[in-house]
Design a protein around this ligand. Structure first.
Ligand code: PFF
Length: 439
């Protein structure tokens, strides 16, 4: 089975696929509102440190495991540490991307709805602010969009690693950069945009507390798709002779660059419209349509086109990320359970669709169902970002730093990264998890 495994064709396509997984709703939807809530540039500085000292080592650890085993999560643990408890890490990381996928595809679905709305030039009226709340709390619209989004992922993953994932990512990821730069150029030239640019550049350290640090770290993991085995699975499709460090640095740099550009695409527009930057998760779905509506009064065609570009960007970014989570589950079923790709795609579709329905309804008919004060969507997001991702990050770095043979690991990375993997990342993440729980 493993012998006729597909591979990414080149370093470029491997980086595009991994960057495609990394660049997603996390960069466009989560990053700007977290920056907005947590002190602008001060948050970005913490985020950069977290990316360098914690996220990059986890990224490398996952990549080393994937490349060394040539298997996806569960198979990798069975190959590199047969008959040990490490298989549990393999099992957890089969489940965790699918948990994220279930609620991620609900937000992916929202972007489909907003793309349709922008195609109909529906944002060209200033009274669109209540639209988001009304839409997500309704029953059928979000469910249909969730289904459409998941079905689109299923089609890409069904086409396989080379003809589906690689082909899609190699076109879409560069396109995302072009689109976000165009949007940034528009946003930064709006009257009043300067305040947004200053906000992103001027650090407000008074907003940085333990909570902000743990949000920056969590966001960095989420953004690089870490701790849940997707990077491991993609790395297992990298050719043996490929340089992992170059792939890792390339992917992390693209992800970081995209998040920063997205910040400059969104914040200046937010300030130009005189909106509160810490508006929270509704920032891109509530605030931006409002801005497009406001601009639309004077320049209806231009703002309409920018709205379309914006929601196309969000949708494609979400798709390239979602297919990496989808593939992690599919690869497990193909490798370990001898499923055909088609059946594996169908089974994962059914599972994520069902859980996604509950997540979608948790903004409407199931809004009253709360666990630990969170609705179903929020609960899964918190569970994945605050527990599964950091836990996976610790275990992957411990596995590479302490369990795998040192020469095998050292042949892939420099001394500095090795020590980051062995000590800094696991201890750093543990410390942050403990602070989170006692705080
Ligand atoms: N990195 C993606 C984003 O920033 O939107 C989210 C993500 C993708 C998380 C894949 C986890 C994952 F396995």
């Amino acid at each position: 089975m493993a012998n006729n495994r597909e591979n990414f064709g080149s370093r470029f396509t491997a980086v595009m696929a991994m960057a495609g997984s990394a660049i997603g709703l996390g960069n466009i939807w989560r990053f700007p509102y977290m920056v907005g809530q947590n002190g602008g540039a001060a948050f970005i500085i913490i985020y950069l440190l977290a990316a360098l000292f914690l996220s990059l080592p986890i990224f490398m650890a996952e990549s080393i495991i994937g490349k060394a085993s040539h298997k996806s999560t569960f198979g990798a643990m069975e190959t590199l540490a047969p008959g040990t408890k490490w298989k549990w890490l393999g099992l957890i990381t089969v489940a965790s991307p699918l948990i994220i996928m279930s609620y991620y595809s609900v937000v992916g679905g929202w972007s489909i709805e907003f793309l349709f709305k922008s195609l109909a030039f529906k944002f060209n009226s200033p009274d669109v602010t209540s639209y988001f709340g009304n839409f997500i709390s309704s029953t059928w619209g979000p469910l249909i969009c969730h289904t459409l989004f998941l079905a689109s992922c299923a089609i890409i993953v069904l086409c396989g690693v080379t003809k589906g994932i690689e082909k899609f990512s190699k076109i879409t990821t560069p396109l995302l950069f072009v689109l976000i730069v165009v949007i940034m150029a528009y946003s930064c030239t709006l009257p009043g945009a300067k305040a947004g640019i200053t906000y992103l550049l001027k650090p407000d350290f008074s907003k940085i507390d333990a909570q902000a640090v743990s949000m920056a770290v969590g966001q960095s993991f989420f953004s690089l798709s870490l701790g849940v085995g997707t990077i491991l699975t993609y790395a297992s499709y990298i050719k043996k002779e490929e340089n992992l460090l170059a792939t890792g640095l390339g992917t992390s740099a693209f992800d970081l660059l995209f998040a920063i550009i997205a910040g400059f695409a969104i914040m200046p527009a937010v300030f130009a419209a005189g909106i509160e930057p810490g508006a929270g998760p509704g920032l891109i779905f509530e605030t931006l349509p409002y801005i497009f509506g406001k601009m639309g009064v004077h320049t209806p065609v231009l703002s309409g086109l920018i709205a379309i570009l914006f929601f196309v960007t969000i949708l494609f970014a979400a798709l390239t990320s979602a297919i990496s989570m989808y593939e992690t589950g599919v690869a497990y079923l193909i490798e370990q359970k001898n499923f055909s790709r088609r059946n594996a795609v169908l089974v994962i579709f059914a599972g994520c669709w069902a859980v996604g329905i509950l997540c979608s309804l948790s903004f409407g008919p199931l809004a009253g169902v709360k666990v630990l004060g969170e609705n179903i969507f929020g609960l899964l997001d918190k569970f994945a970002s605050n527990i599964l991702m950091p836990l996976g990050g610790i275990l992957f770095t411990v596995f590479v730093g302490w369990k795998m043979p040192k020469p095998q690991v050292r042949s892939e990375i420099s001394t500095v990264i090795y020590y980051l993997i062995k000590y800094v990342a696991p201890l750093g993440i543990l410390a942050i998890m403990i602070t989170q729980f006692i705080g």
